[in-house]
Design a protein around this ligand. Structure first.
Ligand code: AMP
Ligand code: GLY
Length: 425
C-alpha cells in the first residue's frame, strides 16, 4: 500500500523509518518532511494544514493510508475533511476527528471531560474576559505555585507556572485582556500545581479497542538538571523504571479505561493515538494533559522498542481491527538526545550546514528541523535539529551510545543536554 505521513519532525522521521521496514509498504510519502525523511520516502512540499493539497496528493499517488503526526491539522479537522469528501471516503486516516482532537485542542474541554469521567487530575477552574475579576479573586485564595493554561493550541508555550499571586494575576490579565496567546487564551484554565515526576503514556485506539504502547519520560526544559524555559522536548527515555506493574494497573484502571468510555459516551469514535501526560504523585497517577497524537521526541524512543510490523498495526487501527494484531515490545532501553540550534527555544538561526556522523551500531539519527539546501547540503531548519536515539540493555548503555553520537554531530551553535536519563539511574 502507499502511505502518506503528515508532518516534518523527528516523530515523522521515526514513523517513516519504521514503516519502510514493513513488507506492506510500497510507496511512502511525507508532507512536508525533512532531509531525513527524504532518504526514505518522497517528500511532498505541502503544508500540514493544506487539506486540499493533501487530498490532491492522496488521489494522485493512490495513497490508501494517511498518518497524521502533529496536532494542528487534527484539531482543524483533517479527518472530518476526508470523511466529508465522497472521493476520499475509502482512504484510511489515522488520527481523531476534530471533536476527538478537542482533548488537546481545548484544555477546558479536557478538564470537563476528566471531571465528568472521574479521571484524576489537578483541581481547576476556567475563566474568560468577562469573569476576570472572579479569576483574580480566585487566584488570591490559592496556594502557590499555581498553573495557568491557555485553553487552545499555543505551540507548547501556553502553560505558565506562577510563583506567587502577583505573577498569576498579571499573567491572567495578559492572557485574557491582552490576548497574550491570541485566540488560544480567550479562555484560561487555572489549576493546582502537582508535585511529582512526569511520564507519558501512549494509547492507540481504533474507536473500539485500545492498546497501551511503551511509556516514555520526556525532558522538557532546555537546561541540564531541568532548568530554564520549556522546549518541545530535549530527550526521552523508554521504559521508565517507576512505571511498574502496580502503577501501570492504576493508569489503566483509573485513566485509560475511563478515557475510552468517556469518549464513547460523548459519541466520539476516536481513531488514533492518545498521549496522556501524567504526574506520578506519591505513587498515584494524575493527568496533566491529553494530546491527540504521539509525542515528539517520545516517538523516537517508543517506536524503536516495537518489534512488530508497525504498519500492520497502524493499518489495523485505522480499519477498526486493532484487536486482531499482535504487539511485540523489546525489553531494551531506548534513549534519545535532541540536538538543538543555539538560542532555542528563543530565537535561533537556520541554514547552518550539518555534519551527521556515520551510522553506528544501535544508534539511529532522526532528523527534525533539517532540510536540503539548494546546494544539496543538509542544513538546519528548526529549533530541534536531530534526535539521536540509541538502544541498549540499560539506561547507562543507551545513554552512552546516544550521547556519543550526539557529540559527533557538527554544526554552528549546536547544543544538547548531557543529563538525559541520569535522574532515572
Ligand atoms: P502541558 O502543556 O499541559 O503539558 O504543560 C506543560 C508542562 O507544564 C507540563 O509538562 C508540566 O511540566 C507542567 N505542568 C502542567 N500542568 C501542571 C500541573 N498541574 N502541575 C505541575 N506541573 C504542571
Ligand atoms: N514532547 C512533548 C510533546 O510532544 O508534546
Amino acid at each position: 500500500m502507499n502511505i502518506l505521513i503528515v508532518g516534518s519532525g523527528g516523530r515523522e522521521h521515526a514513523f517513516a523509518w519504521k514503516i519502510v521496514q514493513s513488507p506492506l509498504c510500497q510507496k511512502l510519502f511525507v508532507a512536508p518532511g525533512n532531509a531525513g525523511t527524504a532518504q526514505l520516502a518522497t517528500n511532498l512540499s505541502i503544508g500540514v494544514n493544506d487539506f486540499e493539497a493533501i487530498a490532491a496528493a492522496v488521489l494522485e499517488n493512490s495513497i490508501s493510508l494517511v498518518i497524521v503526526g502533529p496536532e494542528e491539522p487534527l484539531v482543524r479537522g483533517i479527518r472530518d475533511y476526508f470523511e466529508s469528501r465522497e472521493d476520499l471516503k475509502k482512504v484510511l486516516v489515522l488520527g481523531p476527528d476534530s471533536k476527538g482532537a478537542q482533548l488537546e485542542g481545548s484544555k477546558d474541554f479536557s478538564k470537563n471531560f476528566m471531571a465528568k469521567n472521574q479521571i484524576p487530575t489537578a483541581a481547576s477552574r476556567t475563566f474568560v474576559k468577562e469573569t476576570l475579576e472572579e479569576g483574580l479573586q480566585y487566584i488570591a485564595e490559592q496556594q502557590f505555585p499555581l498553573v495557568l493554561k491557555a485553553d487552545g493550541l499555543a505551540a507548547g508555550k501556553g502553560v505558565i507556572i506562577a510563583a506567587n499571586a502577583e505573577e498569576a494575576q498579571s499573567t491572567l490579565r495578559e492572557m485574557l485582556v491582552d490576548a497574550k496567546f491570541g485566540d488560544a487564551s480567550h479562555k484560561v484554565v487555572i489549576e493546582e500545581y502537582l508535585h511529582g515526576i512526569e511520564l507519558s503514556v501512549f494509547v492507540l485506539t481504533d474507536g473500539e479497542h485500545y492498546h497501551i504502547l511503551p511509556e516514555a519520560k520526556d525532558y522538557k526544559r532546555i537546561g541540564e538538571g531541568d532548568t530554564g524555559p520549556n522546549t518541545g522536548g530535549m530527550g526521552a527515555v523508554s521504559p521508565v523504571p517507576f512505571y511498574d506493574d502496580a502503577f501501570q494497573k492504576k493508569v489503566e484502571e483509573r485513566i485509560v479505561r475511563p478515557t475510552m468510555n468517556g469518549l464513547k459516551a460523548e459519541g466520539i469514535r476516536y481513531v488514533g493515538f492518545i498521549f496522556i501526560g501524567l504526574m506520578n504523585v506519591k505513587g498515584d497517577p494524575y493527568v496533566i494533559e491529553y494530546n491527540c497524537r504521539m509525542g515528539d521526541p517520545e516517538t523516537e524512543v517508543v517506536l524503536p522498542r516495537i518489534d512488530s510490523d508497525l504498519l500492520v498495526i497502524l493499518k489495523a487501527a485505522a480499519e477498526g481491527k486493532l484487536k486482531y494484531v499482535n504487539f511485540a515490545v523489546s525489553n531494551k532501553t531506548a534513549l534519545t538526545t535532541v540536538v538543538v540550534a543555539g538560542g532555542y527555544p528563543g530565537d535561533y538561526g537556520k541554514g547552518d550546514v550539518i555534519q551527521v556522523p556515520e551510522k553506528q551500531n544501535y544508534t539511529t539519527i532522526f532528523h527534525a528541523g533539517t532540510k536540503h539546501s539548494e546546494a544539496g547540503e543538509v542544513v538546519t531548519n528548526g529549533g530541534r535539529v536531530l534526535a539521536v536515539t540509541a538502544l541498549g540493555t540499560s539506561i547507562t548503555e543507551a545513554r552512552q551510545r546516544s550521547q556519543t553520537a550526539a557529540a559527533a554531530v557538527q554544526y554552528e551553535g549546536k547544543y544538547f543536554r548531557r543529563d538525559i536519563g541520569l535522574d532515572l539511574l
